[in-house]
Design a protein around this ligand. Structure first.
Ligand code: NI
Length: 148
């Protein structure tokens, strides 16, 4: 672990109280850890946007769909085979008589990961879904260098 720095932050009482309530509800033991998570999240978000053109990302795509819907499962299957190089793992859960949930772990260049996610999310019969994108761990905290 790298060295820790301390810094002071000025903030309105009301904002701080609301923040403390929020993070207590989320289970944070202290402000520092909550603030570190917010900082990491902001950095990842910014770097993911930077990687929009190139750069490796990791993603988890969650899809909820009705497996009876027309030729949906066949289309999903074909897409996943077309992009098999980017798919690390697939978790399938039968959540009810009609509905399935699939969590697809993706790893690859940002544009391909997004293309596959968009193609799957936009299929007719997919009821709900979202792509979560993050970066390989070392990139989350490394210094910005490519555009300086
Ligand atoms: Ni199923």
């Amino acid at each position: 672990m790298s060295e820790l720095s301390r810094f002071g932050v000025s903030v309105e009482d009301e904002l701080l109280q609301s923040f403390d309530q929020l993070i207590a509800g989320q289970g944070y033991a202290n402000r520092s850890e909550a603030l570190r998570d917010l900082m990491r999240d902001a950095l990842v978000k910014s770097k993911v946007e930077e990687s929009a053109e190139t750069g490796e990302v990791l993603g988890s795509l969650t899809l909820v769909y009705d497996h009876h819907a027309n030729d949906l499962t066949e289309k999903m299957n074909n897409l996943q085979h077309d992009f098999h190089n980017f798919i690390v793992s697939v978790l399938h859960v039968h959540i009810s008589h009609d509905d399935c949930m699939e969590v697809i772990v993706l790893r690859g260049q940002a544009p391909e990961v997004r293309t596959l996610a968009d193609a799957l999310l936009s299929l007719k019969g997919v009821k709900h879904g979202r792509l979560f994108v993050t970066l390989p761990t070392r990139k989350i905290v490394e210094h910005k260098h490519s555009h300086s």
